[in-house]
Write a protein that binds this ligand. Structure first.
Ligand code: SF4
Length: 629
């Protein structure tokens, strides 16, 4: 929260010229980086980076750094976020940075503010290839380089946003950042992974990294007694107690004897495991359960529990947070989705192998979920002989044979193949050019090798070229035609909802998630935040009504440009069809609509998929239409 709490300060910076100015907006006209981000994205194609109104306050999880702009891989407006990074950003004494223009040379941006003086802004030309090759390489080397160059200028620890070679060579480069403690980088890297904002920073603004920090002290909300009163009033619990209760999953859940997204999701998924590029959706539940028991419970998860949970290697993202959701093994941080896509989805069920591949992708600065989904798809095509190793510039085949699978050796073999495939994405003249995305590449391969190649690739499509590997949940919500996909702007529960109702539920979820993102609140605290945020905005700013209208208008604005494209891949359709069959045949769900859809899919899969998709689409739009812009 900055200076005058009723105004938002946005530093507008033209990276082409270095020219900058401070723009002020009234809280009430705009509330945060999402509604401001969409305004500036459509006006200037700006990338807006900033914290929420509560950054620096005592509310747990209130320091998420939000990135908002037109995504280079999704091709629509997108929102991505990074844990804890707004806490240091708050010390700059601004709410947001909005970038336009492109620096003539690859550049490092330096932002510093000492004791209320003007913000120092400096653009330092660098040779990224030289930096990426140093020390810990890639994004880690950018952070080290920036620290080495600028750390002495900061009185308090700064933070660095960094991109790697993936930002140069693909449309899905991420932005990575690790908190700095006492001038040293910690191993707790955090990511604005989805949406390709690393590619946007590098390709559209010429930036390799941004180092920022300062000493600005503002009137952030820090009255614990008052906050406790608000929590008591709503939940009959004080703030710390309520927050502790709702973040159990992310810290340690005694129900499963594990913690964090990796631990709890794998412990709870039972037969719903997605492996070998989703081939498991066609297996019997018994076969899936056997795989889950043998490779996950008895090995992959067991290693994680022994090495990470029992040794309590857990940290926060840079802000004081009791959830300590960052689970580590040495310098490897383990989250469910990257260790799923570059884990079981690629035929990897061993921590050493998954660490090797994940760390390599992280160093290069890829969006780990999209990278893993793409690698798994290519391995699937290789394994079934749809394409040759030479087509992809590699010399090994995946080892995906279940009957003889060696959980350590074959996992490592598959991880090494994954690394070889990643290399082909970033090498000059590599065989997997993804400058314009994996969907375009898949189309080319399909033209050369046959339609089946594309039918194996699981992705959501937007407009002509936009693509996104979905979140790793076997549920139709993940494949819904939302205007923003690949994150949790949808209903990902495992219950059956008729598609029209699912669309409406997606829209309701999107409104809640937008509220969190626009205030820079970490969604792991959503169980109290979604209920209390409007009242907090009222109590501090007196603007609850305007805030809720702004969220609804932003959702409508985003959705009015929804150019989602019907599923192009057969496997997307199969994900939904098998989900429906499982619901009835295995979970015993009973619903007349469920029977209708299963019959329809059996009679004519493509026609049923088309109807299902459009029903969700209608539900999304009719729900958001209730909130006209
Ligand atoms: S739950 Fe995790 S990401 Fe969210 S604020 Fe806490 S430590 Fe950071």
């Amino acid at each position: 929260m900055q200076g005058n709490k009723h105004e938002l300060k946005v530093l507008m910076l033209d990276a082409a010229t270095g020219f900058y100015r401070m723009q002020r907006y009234r809280v009430g006209d705009f509330f945060g980086p999402v509604d401001m981000g969409i305004h500036l994205a459509f006006k200037h194609n700006a990338l807006t980076i900033g914290g929420g109104l509560l950054a620096g306050s005592i509310f747990p999880g209130s320091n998420r750094l939000i990135f908002a702009g037109i995504s280079p891989c999704w091709h629509g407006f997108f929102v991505s976020s990074m844990g804890g990074a707004a806490l240091v950003f708050d010390n700059l004494g601004i709410n947001m940075l909005s970038l336009i223009g492109k620096a003539p040379h690859p550049t490092l941006l330096y932002l510093n503010r000492n004791h209320g003086e003007e913000i120092e802004v400096e653009l330092v030309p660098v040779v990224p290839e030289r930096i990426w090759d140093q020390g810990y390489k890639g994004i880690y080397a950018v952070m080290e380089y920036a620290l080495h160059l600028f750390c002495p200028k900061y009185e308090k620890d700064p933070r660095i946003l960094a991109v790697g070679p993936a930002a140069r060579d693909s449309d899905f480069g991420a932005v990575g950042s690790a908190p700095v403690k006492k001038g040293k980088l910690t191993p707790v890297d955090t990511w604005a992974g989805r949406g390709g904002f690393g590619s946007k920073l590098f390709q559209e603004h010429g930036l390799v990294g941004i180092i920022y920090g300062g000493t600005q002290i503002d009137e952030d909300f820090r009255d614990r007694a008052v906050a406790d009163l608000w929590f008591q009033d709503k939940f009959n619990q004080k703030m710390a107690a309520k927050d502790l209760a709702v973040t159990t999953k992310y810290r340690y859940d005694p129900k499963f004897n594990t913690g964090g997204t990796f631990g709890v999701n794998y412990a709870a998924m039972d037969g719903d495991i997605l492996a070998f590029n989703y081939r498991t959706i066609h297996w019997s539940r018994e076969a899936r359960r056997t795989l889950h028991q043998r490779f996950i419970m008895d090995h992959y998860l067991k290693q994680f529990n022994e090495e990470t949970i029992q040794t309590k290697q857990q940290h926060n993202c840079g802000e004081p947070c009791a959830a300590v959701c960052k689970k580590l093994h040495g310098r490897f941080k383990k989250d469910y989705e990257p260790y799923q896509t570059m884990g079981p989805l690629c035929g990897i069920f061993d921590q050493r192998a998954a660490e090797k591949l994940n760390h390599y992708a992280d160093r290069l600065g890829f969006d780990a979920i999209s990278a893993g989904g793409t690698i798994a798809w290519l391995m699937d095509c290789l394994d079934d002989g749809l394409i040759e190793t030479a087509d992809l510039g590699v010399d090994q085949m995946p080892r995906w044979e279940m009957a003889t699978f060696d959980v350590v050796g074959d996992s490592m073999h598959n991880a090494e193949l994954g690394i070889a495939l990643l290399n082909q994405m970033i090498l000059p003249y590599g065989k997997i050019p993804l400058q314009f995305g994996a969907r375009k590449f898949a189309r080319r391969l399909a033209r050369e090798k046959g339609r089946e190649v594309l039918d194996r690739f699981v992705y959501n499509a937007f407009a002509r070229q936009g693509w996104m590997v979905p979140s790793q949940y076997w549920t139709p919500g993940a494949f819904s035609p939302m205007a923003i996909t690949g994150k949790y702007y949808m209903h990902y529960g495992r219950d059956f909802l008729p598609p029209r109702e699912l669309g409406r539920e997606n829209a309701r979820r999107m409104l809640k998630e937008l509220m969190l993102d626009n205030l820079g609140i970490c969604r792991f605290h959503r169980a109290w935040a979604e209920t209390l945020i409007p009242d907090i905005v009222e109590n501090i700013f007196g603007e609850k009504e305007a805030f809720l209208i702004a969220i609804n208008m932003t959702a409508s604005r985003i959705t009015s440009r929804n150019a989602s494209v019907f599923w192009e891949s057969e496997r997307n359709m199969d994900m939904v069809f098998t989900f429906l069959k499982n619901k009835k045949e295995i979970d015993g769900a009973s619903h007349p609509d469920l029977d209708h859809w299963i019959d329809f899919f059996i009679r004519d899969k493509h026609a049923a998929a088309y109807e299902f998709w459009y029903e969700m689409h209608k539900g999304i739009h009719e729900m958001l239409r209730e909130y006209p812009a």
